[in-house]
Design a protein around this ligand. Structure first.
Ligand code: GDP
Length: 297
């Protein structure tokens, strides 16, 4: 289960605190140490942990935690609020263009869940807004990638613009946008190529597609299971592209929590959606406060 270790350790720190008839400075210090270790063990970025603990400690010192009623409950509240803040405080909606089509560029490393998420997002837009999205298949390096997008698209009844694997991806996007405009599609979702790692060729191509298509939304899809690697990937993409948001996938797996808790703070970009399964309906808007409650259990 996601966050299992982190939830257990945070709860155990709070339970210990609750059992004390009176909470002393030393108890508080010990609790902060336990929270710090719990976060580090959940693979949260070191700088993020440091900052988080500092914020909680300062707030606890500034209130009547030690003298007031129910110190443990007050600490839980502070931790909850600071976790929420670390993850961005508020849900951030999808950017939309004033005139159609809204262009969404999907980016991410191979296997992160980019194509699946493109499908989930298209279905969400269809279901919630009665939208008429169109995909552009711009991953020409693996023939299987186009087949996969076609399969996903067919399952949710969304058209795909593709020119096979022999045409330059930037040209495919250019022609795809013309077709979307002709057909009055209100959303265009561009499925770009992924690699196993960030490399210069991939980045150059993505920058070219960005320059040509001027997307309203550039979403980076990252696999929550990869912890700090997901954070490094996000940092790398964010340095070269004008990312507007992150989608965290595989939160139905047993991710420790590092990616969810670090990405916003490290990149400054909001997590907009979370993938919680392999089905097309398994995509949810990311709510920092709900995620914090889930982590605290
Ligand atoms: P891409 O290479 O980035 O396009 O990745 P794919 O969309 O092909 O996804 C890679 C694998 O991850 C596939 O088996 C997907 O079904 C799976 N996947 C994607 N998102 C999720 C998710 O949120 N939860 C789970 N359990 N699996 C996912």
């Amino acid at each position: 289960m996601a966050f299992e270790g982190l939830t257990e350790r945070l709860q155990s720190a709070m339970t210990k605190l609750r059992r004390k008839p009176k909470v002393t400075e030393a108890d508080l210090k010990e609790t902060m140490r336990e929270i710090r270790l719990a976060l580090l063990e959940a693979d949260v970025n070191f700088a993020v942990v440091k900052d988080f603990v500092k914020q909680v400690r300062e707030r606890a010192a500034g209130t009547d935690v030690l003298t007031g009623l129910n110190p443990a409950q007050q600490i839980v509240k502070i931790v909850d609020e600071e976790l929420t803040k670390t993850m961005g405080s508020e849900a951030v909606p999808l950017n939309k263009s004033e005139k159609i089509p809204t262009i969404i560029m999907m980016t991410g490393l191979q296997g992160a869940g980019k194509t699946t998420t493109a499908g989930k997002l298209a279905l969400k837009l269809k279901n919630e807004e009665n939208a008429r999205p169109m995909f552009i298949a711009a991953d020409v390096y693996r023939p299987a990638a186009i087949d996969q997008l076609e399969t996903v698209a067919k399952s949710i009844d969304v058209p795909v613009f593709q020119l096979g694997t022999d045409v330059d991806p930037v040209e495919i996007v250019r022609q795809g946008l013309v077709v979307a405009k002709e057909n009055h599609n209100d959303y265009v979702i561009i499925d770009t190529a992924g690699r196993l790692q960030i490399d210069e060729k991939l980045m150059n191509e993505l920058v070219e597609i960005q320059t040509l298509s001027q997307p309203d939304e550039i979403l980076l899809v990252v696999d929550a299971m990869t912890g700090q690697n997901a954070v490094e990937t996000a940092d790398g993409f964010n340095n070269q592209l004008n990312l507007t948001g992150v989608v965290l996938t595989k939160l139905d797996g047993d991710t420790r929590g590092g990616a969810a808790l670090s990405i916003r703070a490290v990149t400054g970009k909001p997590i907009k959606f979370v993938g919680q399964g392999e089905k097309m309906t398994d995509l949810d808007v990311f709510h920092p406060d709900r995620m914090s409650s889930r982590i605290l259990g």
